[in-house]
Design a protein around this ligand. Structure first.
Ligand SMILES: Cc1ncc(COP(=O)(O)O)c(C=O)c1O
Length: 367
């Protein structure tokens, strides 16, 4: 890629022409929002880049505490700890929980950062339940294991497919002295009634859920955080080697995150526009023969049945001026999937180009 604007991108290799961009996870295009960019500039002018020390030594600038307080207000969470990335948020959470839990159990399709996190919770290898499968989870937790303490690790929204985890059902199955580490990277900003995530409305079991979040997707900046009960966040600050040994986020980035939180807090328009776009595409593709999410998730994914079908879809997207977002994830050995991230800033014409290319691909699939 050479550049990504609001909804188009330029890439050498496609004749340097502008293509409509449905890649990435910048669901509100806040990464280029003038107010966010200005906040980062001003932060750089005022503070320089870096505190050059861990927060537990001489690097604990007051802005980090201010941001943590804002994160608590935004997510209505009792406590929050700021971390240098969403990936590290899962590792910090795992290190914080490791003293109190014996085992981990996780969705087979969980993000790689949760897989790495599970290795920090316990020396026992994690148990994997089949993707989104509560029955399988139940079968792995027979009565004789009910007295053990588990951390269940799952994404709330799965990054490639946009599938949503059945959080309440999972919590119901979980043994009494267990916790959930819920990766809300693709939930925060976009899911829930007001965009606070899939777990936006805490149940009485709230204390059992620790949420990891990222600021590099819907918030358009960079960095991560863990939010949840005070007891667990304190343990992360005290026990996480990553928290104690890592230089915290650059201060201009903190300024950008503060601005981004302010924008999403102040106006529901971003979310309204995004949901309108999601509805439009979901309605237009209702009869296209591919399976798509019905929840208001801004991710569409389409799995070609073979390389030939992938090739014709690739061509159809280019014919309609859409960048072919074909990914093999998490490993380059995985079968290719076309993943499209809708944003609040895509125009009706952009969405139409995507819909038409899907229909063309369907035609060539059926011919
Ligand atoms: C589900 C999930 N968790 C964690 C991460 C890591 O977040 P970050 O890019 O902020 O490190 C990602 C991002 O790619 C993700 O999709």
């Amino acid at each position: 890629m050479e550049s990504v604007h609001t909804s188009s991108m330029t890439r050498d290799g496609y004749g340097r022409k502008d293509l409509v961009y449905f890649g990435g996870c910048d669901y509100f295009r806040l990464s280029g929002h003038p107010a966010v960019v200005q906040a980062i500039h001003e932060g750089l002018d005022e503070f320089g880049l870096n505190v050059a020390a861990s927060r537990i030594t001489t690097g604990n600038h007051a802005l980090y505490g201010i941001l943590e307080k804002r994160i608590c207000e935004f997510f209505k969470a009792p406590d929050a700890v700021l971390v240098s990335s969403g990936y590290l948020a899962n590792l910090v959470a795992a290190q914080g929980l490791s003293e109190d839990f014996q085992n981990s159990i996780m969705d087979r399709g969980a993000h790689t950062s949760l897989v790495d996190g599970s290795t920090l919770i316990s020396p026992h290898p994690p148990l994997f339940y089949n993707h989104l499968d509560c029955h399988d989870l139940k079968s792995l937790l027979p009565v004789e294991r009910k007295s053990e303490s588990f951390v269940l690790l799952t994404d709330s929204v799965f990054s490639i497919t946009g599938e949503v985890a059945p959080i309440s059902d999972l919590l119901e199955i979980l043994p009494e002295h267990s916790m959930m580490l819920l990766d809300e990277s693709h939930g925060v900003g976009v899911m829930g009634e007001t965009g606070r995530g899939v777990f936006e409305n805490p149940l009485e079991s709230d204390e059992r859920v620790i949420r990891s979040i990222t600021f590099s997707k819907a918030f358009g900046v960079y960095g991560g955080a863990v939010v949840g009960a005070r007891k667990w966040i304190r343990k992360m600050r005290e026990n996480s080697r990553i928290y104690s040994g890592n230089t915290p986020l650059p201060l201009p980035i903190v300024c950008g995150i503060l601005k981004s939180l302010e924008l999403l807090d102040r106006s529901a328009d971003f979310l309204i526009r995004l949901r309108k776009n999601i509805r439009k595409v979901q309605n237009s593709l209702k009869d296209c023969g591919f399976r798509f999410n019905r929840e208001p998730v801004p991710i569409l994914s389409l799995k070609p049945k073979d390389e030939a079908e992938a090739g014709s879809f690739h061509e159809s997207l280019l014919n309609h001026g859409v960048y072919p977002t074909q990914v093999r994830y998490p490993s380059p050995r995985d079968t290719p999937v076309f993943r499209f991230a809708l944003s609040s800033e895509h125009s009706p014409e952009h969405l139409e180009a995507l819909v038409q290319s899907v229909y063309d691909a369907k035609k060539s699939r059926n011919s």
